[in-house]
Design a protein around this ligand. Structure first.
Ligand code: NAD
Length: 361
């Protein structure tokens, strides 16, 4: 198959859909790979490295014109629509349930679109989990930074030091984000409590972390009891397909210490603190009632090299399968990949999207 990987065009998006090592895997499997000039240059993947791996460097228009499958990171935005050809395969993050113009473009051009975020195995979402893991780890690191006095925080070192208290880190949601946030917080030496509504998940966390961590059932009463002492609260809840619940309300901020930090990782699902609004890496924090809020919606973007390596480790196996078999056979042979198929032959093939736009499923 002929595969093309363009440079991302979204503001401050430095990730890339294929690394030079990925190119080598496709080429060794007998495929032809085009990479757009400079696609990975910002994160240390030079054009020369791609060429050495067997890719041909080209411009965006030629790449789209020649490729049967386009491999990207982010969903196409309007300035990219006209590059797509009839029946082309698109393999990327899509999030089209929230993007009607993109859905219409994919259907109109009969694009065979596979979304990373909906590929689903019996144990989880393999192409989404690496980004959640990175966001969770960053959540603790960012809180450690913004609780410093220079950023308006309380002036607390998360680990404390000999003879001083450790910071109290409260994590709402013990899924992939929550667990990774906890690992870093514990590594730093903070005092960590994880809350979840899922008793089995709490039991699992208790088993793997033992006495080093406190687990608590997530209830309004338990959350309120922790807020006055918390230095950092990390919001990491997810109810699949629904907006995040507001677990900390506006009035609750009065209970918190001045200069405490709320990190709302769930901001991409609307946020789990009532006072959260999305922020960017350029201007990541704001303050309400003395409490610092960090609500960046694309946290992994700031560690684009690690994120690219983590993402492509997961996407490669499915990409190779599509390249070898074509979309139809690859999806029929792999139920996880079939869940990833969002549009095919002008039809919407993912229920969440057809429901969102009233399309035939
Ligand atoms: P996950 O499904 O692995 O974990 C979510 C956890 O939340 C589950 O264990 C669930 O039981 C728990 N939960 C649900 N309701 C709860 C409640 N009321 N109280 C406490 N726990 C509750 O999801 P994840 O991969 O960890 O993702 C968490 C959130 O982070 C999602 O909204 C995801 O989209 C978001 N995310 C954001 C970024 C970013 O850059 N901001 C990056 C990655 C993921």
């Amino acid at each position: 198959m002929i595969i093309g990987c363009p440079k991302e065009v979204k503001v401050q998006e430095y990730r890339v859909g294929l690394t030079p090592a990925n190119v080598q895997s496709y080429v060794e499997a007998g495929h032809k790979v085009y990479i757009e000039h400079g696609a990975g240059a910002e994160i240390g993947f030079s054009d020369e490295a791609y060429q050495q791996a067997g890719a041909e460097m080209t411009d965006k228009a030629t790449l789209f014109a020649k490729s049967e499958m386009i491999i990207k990171v982010k969903e196409p935005i309007e300035c990219e629509y006209d590059y797509f050809r009839e029946n082309q395969i698109l393999y990327t993050y899509l999030h089209i349930a929230a993007d009607k113009p993109l859905t219409e473009m994919l259907l109109k051009r009969n694009i065979q679109a596979i979304a990373y975020e909906t590929i689903k195995t019996p144990t989880g979402l393999p192409c989404l989990a690496p980004m959640s893991a990175i966001a969770g780890r960053l959540a603790t690191l960012e809180s450690a930074k913004f609780i410093q006095k220079t950023f308006g925080g309380a002036g607390v070192l998360l680990s404390g030091t000999a003879g001083t208290p450790k910071a109290k880190v409260v994590i709402l949601g013990g899924g992939v984000v929550g667990l990774n946030a906890a690992q870093i917080a514990m590594g730093i030496g903070a005092d960590v409590t994880i809350l979840d509504i899922n008793a089995e998940r709490l039991a699992y966390i208790d088993q793997i972390f033992g006495m080093q961590i406190k687990t608590l059932t997530s209830s309004r009463g338990n959350i309120l009891s922790l807020l006055p002492e918390a230095d950092v609260v990390i919001g990491a809840v997810l109810i699949p397909g629904a907006k995040a619940p507001h677990l900390v309300r506006r009035d609750d901020l009065k209970l918190m210490k001045k200069g405490a930090i709320l990190v709302d990782v769930a901001i991409d699902q609307g946020g789990c603190f009532e006072t959260s609004t999305p922020t960017t890496h350029n201007d990541p924090i704001f303050e309400i009632d003395g409490v610092i809020h960090y609500c960046v919606a694309n946290m992994p973007g700031c560690v684009a090299r690690t994120s690219t390596l983590g993402l492509t480790d997961s996407t490669l196996q499915y990409g190779l399968k599509i390249a070898a078999l074509g979309v139809k056979e690859a999806c029929l042979s792999d139920p996880a990949l079939l869940q990833g198929l969002n549009t095919y032959n002008g039809k919407c093939t993912f229920k969440g999207v057809s429901d969102a736009f009233g399309l035939t499923y």
